[in-house]
Write a protein that binds this ligand. Structure first.
Ligand code: GDP
Length: 337
């Protein structure tokens, strides 16, 4: 294991975006460390798109470590329909937060991005070096440009001001607290909801967008939180790092896997009028592996975990028995009702 470059013991840690799926996973993970204090503010209390309040907040709170997990995020449809807002909001959040951390002398800053920073036709699995080597996938260009700007800002602030900023680029994430709104969700929570509802309503078919052929890699958000803590403790360099499982799956295979975990035996209708997006997104995770970290949660276990998550499973409706033969009946995630 590489030497420890940051000591979390007693540290004041600002988690920006703590109510989101990633932020909440970070809070859960940090709770099992010996950090001193966790600093948070809801978006109602602090709008990170506003420079003056953001700078004032960080000056006032003086964290030792800042993890910037706040972002405007969404699935392929939400991104495609609001490219300008995805670019503006994410640019402002990153620029304000990073500059505020520099001005307040924060010891370490973590920038969280996304695998969509890479060119649409990047080699697969995608190495970190593929950044800025070709045109982006058009359906999420606004979001990607903002995330690229954030990691470049972090890199340049390290060079110019010596800010210890590291950038982590996770692949497609899922987990508890995900967005289940079919218009704006990513594919995994969207399919989970569709399958769960089809099971409840005893429907035989569900609709899957696009051809089913695109391939994606899915990382449970608890794995990302673990990778983040690991990178904070063991990494300090300008090179951004990919965070993923190293394995991908086609959308058609994912639909079948979700159906299997839920225990629904219907069929899928593929809707070619909906966009496929990038043909494949699989990260080369060898840098993180060499640093000593690998993902631990297999996809089927992760889907089970989302389905079983207490905070989203206290509804009244019942699911059919699972195919894994688990006793009893499942309950619906509240977000799915
Ligand atoms: P992307 O990784 O940025 O393309 O974002 P998504 O997670 O939204 O979509 C991944 C792939 O899943 C795309 O090819 C979508 O067309 C496909 N897909 C299939 N069914 C759905 C669905 O119900 N919702 C979403 N968001 N994507 C779907």
């Amino acid at each position: 294991m590489p030497e420890r470059v940051f000591d979390l013991k007693g540290a004041r840690v600002w988690v920006a975006g703590h109510t989101g799926m990633v932020g909440s996973a970070l809070l859960r993970r940090l709770a099992s460390t010996d950090v001193g204090e966790i600093i948070t503010a809801t978006s109602a209390e602090l709008d990170l798109r506003q420079q003056a309040p953001t700078h004032a907040f960080v000056q006032d709170q003086r964290p030792d470590l800042a993890i910037i997990a706040a972002a405007r995020v969404g699935g392929i449809q939400a991104n495609r329909n609001a490219q300008g807002s995805f670019l503006y909001d994410n640019l402002m959040i990153a620029a304000n937060a990073i500059e505020a951390c520099r001005l307040a002398g924060v010891s370490k800053v973590v920038i969280l991005g996304s695998s969509c920073i890479y060119p649409r036709e990047a080699p697969q699995p995608i190495p970190e070096e593929a950044l800025l080597t070709g045109p982006l996938e058009p359906t999420n260009e606004g979001y990607s440009v903002a995330k690229i700007a954030a990691l470049e800002l972090a890199k340049m602030y390290r060079r110019q001001f010596g800010l210890d900023a590291i950038s982590l680029m996770p692949t497609n994430l899922y987990g508890p607290g995900d967005n289940f709104d079919l218009e704006t969700a990513h594919v995994l929570p969207a399919l989970l909801r569709k399958v769960v509802e089809a099971a409840r309503e005893e429907r035989r078919y569900i609709e899957v967008w696009g051809s089913g052929r695109p391939r994606r890699e899915f990382l449970h958000v608890d794995d990302l939180a673990d990778a983040t803590v690991y990178a904070i403790e063991h990494y300090s360099d300008e090179q951004h790092l990919n965070i993923g499982t190293g394995e991908d799956i086609s959308i058609a295979e994912l639909a079948r896997l979700v159906a299997e975990v839920v225990g629904w035996e219907g069929e899928f209708w593929f809707d070619p009028s909906m966009p496929d997006g990038a043909p494949r997104k699989l990260l080369d995770v060898s840098r993180m592996q060499e640093l000593g970290w690998s993902a631990a949660i297999p996809l089927s276990d992760g889907i089970e975990m989302v389905l079983a998550e207490r905070s989203i499973t206290d509804g009244e409706a019942d699911l059919p028995e699972t195919s894994s033969g688990e006793a009893g009946r499942r309950r619906f995630p509240r977000a799915l009702q």
